[in-house]
Design a protein around this ligand. Structure first.
Ligand code: ATP
Length: 433
């Protein structure tokens, strides 16, 4: 029967010897401390899906701190953090494996969409607090029982059937973020809500369950969604699950959004390949693309409620996007085009490249800006201009701007011809050289 299945052959087959030995070691340490320990959560699910699980979550029935400190010493962890408040520890092994240890919990939801009250529990209560049956399985780590599966909700069967099933009928009311977690799992693993769970989703939406959810928690989940590589495949689910209202007043009218997002993704990959060290928030271009045909007044409430980074910037980008083809067409010189792009964020430029993918003028000048113009080092800085006799003040700023434009237009390319150019412009006296 499912509950006593020993997964040792699967574990050996699926995960390398090093990882398995790590898990055994944790089990041995737990045994010494008289504490049952279990592998839980996504790693167990991913084991059955034959996917690599980057993070390992271990649930402990006893003293998490004692186990964490013993593990820290024995696995030579390069990173260690203990949070007394939550009874959780984060460790990283020297081979770069991330390990999360947490005390088994019992959760109680005092009100819909509120944060739960948490008490220490055992593995049964810890599995009972989880979102879906496929995420509510555990594997015993203590030596005598190493590899034995605990599957009280038949998650393995649901996984095989591709079904996301809540553990009880109030699950989405307790915690509506589970709806968006479900959407992500459905997208990533091509799964579907079980019929009863879909019914519960409808009831939760009728009860307006997202209204009491904090903007911060909602935004966190939406951000994870926007970051999904398979985001285009999430769009039909947003329709089927009637969740578009979270992102925009109406579902997108045309069917071009998946293509737009796909193109946006390609542009992001292009930029990341050029500048791998430059940080880029992937979710912002995606949000711009989802909002590009929406009236700004219709999304203002989202921006008021969600802690989106740099909202002013994002709004400015959304305002600038529709006019770009015309303003770029009017711009004659490279410097004029660069100045237009300089007024848009990198995320906004990537979104523009996706929206205007068929317009070579736009795409080429955007690429030129991101690849070259944005990175041009200044030929003479303010300090150097002052050494040459110019006074500090607004006119110095203007001169710097003129220099940059001349550089963008290819009129100057080094310090010497920059100085000559300034003389020719009458900004520096001719007897200087
Ligand atoms: P992945 O890391 O691949 O996205 P995961 O399932 O490991 O998947 P986490 O967010 O790391 O995702 O969560 C770990 C586990 O914690 C989940 O498998 C689930 O059992 C549980 N969990 C996380 N969030 C919730 C929630 N809101 N409600 C109930 N259980 C949750």
């Amino acid at each position: 029967e499912a509950d006593s299945a020993n997964l040792l052959p699967l574990l050996e087959n699926q995960w390398g010897a090093a990882r398995l030995e790590h898990l055994r070691q944790i089990g041995r340490i737990a045994q010494q401390l008289g504490t049952p320990a279990y592998l839980v959560g996504g790693a167990v699910r991913d084991l059955f899906l034959k996917r690599d699980a980057p993070d390992l979550d271990v649930a402990v029935e006893g003293d998490t701190r004692a186990l964490a400190e013993a593990c820290k010493a024995q696995i030579h962890s390069t990173h260690y953090q203990f949070h007394a408040q939550f009874g959780t520890a984060i460790l990283e092994s020297s081979q770069g494996m991330a390990l999360d240890l947490a005390q088994c919990r019992l959760e109680h939801y005092p009100a819909p969409a509120a944060l739960p009250e948490v008490r220490p529990g055992n593995i049964q209560t810890d599995l009972a607090r989880r979102d879906f049956t496929v995420n509510a399985m555990a594997i015993r780590l203590n030596p005598q029982q190493f590899g034995i599966l605990l599957d009280p909700y038949d998650g393995q069967a649901d996984l095989q059937a591709g079904l996301l099933r809540t553990l009880h009928s109030r699950s989405f009311l307790d915690d509506p973020t589970r709806i968006l977690r479900g959407l992500r799992f459905a997208t990533r693993f091509q799964m579907d809500l079980a019929p009863e769970s879909h019914q519960q989703l409808k009831q939760a939406l009728q009860a307006d369950i997202f209204t009491p959810l904090s903007g911060a928690r909602l935004w966190r989940e939406l951000r994870y969604l926007l970051e999904l590589e398979a985001l285009p495949s999430a769009l039909p689910l947003l329709s089927a699950w009637k969740l578009w209202f979270l992102l925009r007043p109406k579902p997108p009218a045309s069917s071009t959004l998946p293509t737009l997002l796909q193109r946006g993704h390609e542009q992001i990959q292009w930029l990341q390949a050029q500048f791998p060290d430059e940080p880029l928030d992937v979710f912002i271009p995606m949000l711009i693309l989802i909002w590009q045909d929406v009236r700004l007044s219709d999304i203002q409430h989202c921006l008021d409620r969600w802690p989106v980074p740099d909202r002013g910037r994002l709004l400015a980008d959304l305002r600038a996007l529709p006019g770009l083809p015309e303003t770029l067409l009017k711009a004659k010189h490279p410097s004029q085009k660069a100045n237009i792009w300089q007024g848009v964020s990198v995320a906004g430029i990537l979104a523009a490249m996706a929206i205007y993918a068929d317009n070579a003028t736009i795409v080429d000048s955007a690429r030129l800006y991101l690849q070259v113009q944005k990175h041009l080092p200044s030929l003479l800085n303010g300090q150097e201009l002052q050494t040459l006799g110019l006074k500090a003040g607004p006119s110095l700023g203007k001169t710097l701007k003129l220099l940059r434009e001349a550089q963008l237009n290819g009129e100057i390319s080094n310090k010497e011809n920059a100085q000559q150019w300034l003389i020719k412009q009458g900004i520096l006296p001719p007897n200087l050289l």
